[in-house]
Design a protein around this ligand. Structure first.
Ligand SMILES: [Zn+2]
Length: 204
């Protein structure tokens, strides 16, 4: 799918996050240039940041655990905010696992500072002058979590090849945040953490 001629590109450096403002009708593409890099994706509705993409409301809305092309992601008010319109990856994305945060790394045995998606989210929003008090459950693009019939979860390394991309259509004006997950203690990313690329095709 070609984005329109007016394209904004934002690189999300490895282990960091970036926030972008999008308008209803815009296409938002997130890709993993080096492959196998998980991205935590959040969306907050412009004008009322207390309404945001909710993975749990989305699971109930679509009757699935994980995203599929054609499906909508809904907000805490059950309004569609994004639609997944194209996926060139193997289609493994997660809606179960929360954003990593400093406590997660402490519990994994890390001492000292460690980047996290929760802090990347608040930092990226702060650069737009936005403050938040809670970290929503993200949609974790390119993250391969499997749910076994007995309910157990299996964390696998991302199968996304270099250049794999997911493309969303914005259904509401919103702020989209993408964090290049810095998880390097659990093997969800490739052999090393890498960057992500956000491309926005502006609606005519
Ligand atoms: Zn993370």
């Amino acid at each position: 799918m070609e984005l329109t001629s007016s394209i904004t590109q934002v690189t999300v450096p490895a282990r960091q996050g970036r926030a972008v403002r999008v308008r209803a009708g815009d296409l938002v593409r997130v890709s993993t240039p080096r492959g196998a890099q998980v991205g935590d994706l959040f969306a907050f509705v412009s004008g009322d940041l207390t309404e945001h993409l909710s993975a749990s409301h989305t699971r109930g809305h679509v009757n699935r655990l994980f995203p599929e092309v054609g499906e909508q992601f809904v907000t805490t008010r059950r309004r569609p905010v994004l639609t997944l319109v194209e996926d060139t990856s193997p289609g493994r994305h997660d809606m179960l696992i929360p954003a990593c945060d400093p406590e997660r790394y402490r519990q994994l045995g890390h001492t000292g500072q460690h980047a996290s998606c929760a802090e990347n989210l608040t930092t990226a929003l702060r650069e737009l002058g936005i403050g938040i008090t809670t970290v929503p459950q993200p949609v974790n693009v390119f993250m391969d979590i499997r749910a076994a019939p007995n309910g157990e979860l299996e964390w696998r390394s991302s199968p996304a090849a270099a250049g794999a991309a997911v493309t969303f259509r914005a259904e509401l004006d919103c702020v989209v945040v993408v964090s290049a997950c810095p998880q390097d203690l659990v093997g969800i990313n490739g052999t090393e953490t890498g960057p992500l690329l956000i491309e926005i095709g502006t609606a005519p």
